[in-house]
Design a protein around this ligand. Structure first.
Ligand code: F6R
Length: 245
């Protein structure tokens, strides 16, 4: 384990995706109690950890339920409720149903999205999230906080960048179907979780990991905000750690 100078964020490097999942599951379960709120990212990076948590619960190797409520990190705007691509559907399918978690998230069909974002931000903060699970974009984004997002940003409506829409197009029938806007927890919102666990796999994220851990704390790399959190972990495989110097 290494801790960059001047920061308390801890970087744990593991040999493969299975070990990353195992370590991340330990860090997440460590701080959960049966009435906890847990913050859940979608995307491929946390899937192994989610599966490992479900496996341990099924084996009776950990308390069941592990938490009571799951809070989405972000949600698309404009998809019909129940659409399989809403992040609420993805999180239910991939982890929450198996753990019996009540999923809370922004209403992607709200008539007034700005007001809905504010409402959701207040709900997340009031819930006092025990641990927020995160993935990182190749450009250093967290949630849909793209480069340039203020480190003090609150939960809000954002326009998705074309590169993020392209990255996410693989889940949709056509690239044009990817929503143009979303509601994301702001960086200041997610920083209020008592623990942060950022999970990163693969070489294509290596530069983002380096910038997040060792670059300046700056909106150019939103994930660099982790350096200011008192209990943040970055769990990566060797490939994702390759650019750390
Ligand atoms: C997920 C999210 C995104 C992803 C990030 C990494 O809710 O908001 O920030 O965590 O894009 O995605 P994957 O894990 O698919 O590489």
């Amino acid at each position: 384990m290494t801790t960059p100078p001047g920061s308390t964020v801890r970087h744990l490097v593991r040999d493969d995706a299975g070990q990353v999942a195992d370590t991340a599951a330990d860090l997440i379960l460590d701080v959960l109690e049966t009435d906890s709120a847990v913050g859940l990212a979608t995307g491929s990076s946390p899937l192994g950890a989610y599966q490992e948590i479900v496996r341990r619960v099924r084996l009776g190797a950990t308390a069941s339920p592990v938490a009571r409520r799951g809070f989405l990190l972000d949600e698309y705007l404009g998809l019909p409720a129940g659409d399989p691509n809403t992040y609420a559907s993805v999180i239910r399918r991939e982890v929450a149903d198996a753990l019996g978690l009540d999923v809370r998230g922004p209403d992607g069909q709200a008539a007034d999205p700005e007001q809905e974002a504010e409402r959701y931000g207040r709900e997340v903060v009031a819930a006092s999230v025990a641990v927020q699970v995160l993935g990182i974009g190749r450009n250093g984004h967290l949630g849909f906080n793209e480069p340039g997002s203020s480190l003090d940003s609150q939960t809000r409506v954002v326009r998705l960048t074309e590169s993020t829409r392209r990255d996410n197009a693989r889940f949709f029938d056509s690239p044009a179907d990817v929503p143009t806007h979303a509601i994301t927890q702001g960086l200041a919102t997610l920083m209020q979780a008592r623990r942060l666990v950022l999970i990163v796999l693969g070489e294509r994220k290596a530069e983002a990991v380096h910038a997040a851990l060792h670059g300046p704390v700056d909106p150019a790399c939103p994930a660099s905000v982790l350096q200011r959190h008192p209990d943040a972990y970055v769990v990566t495989d060797r490939e994702a750690a390759a650019a750390v110097r």
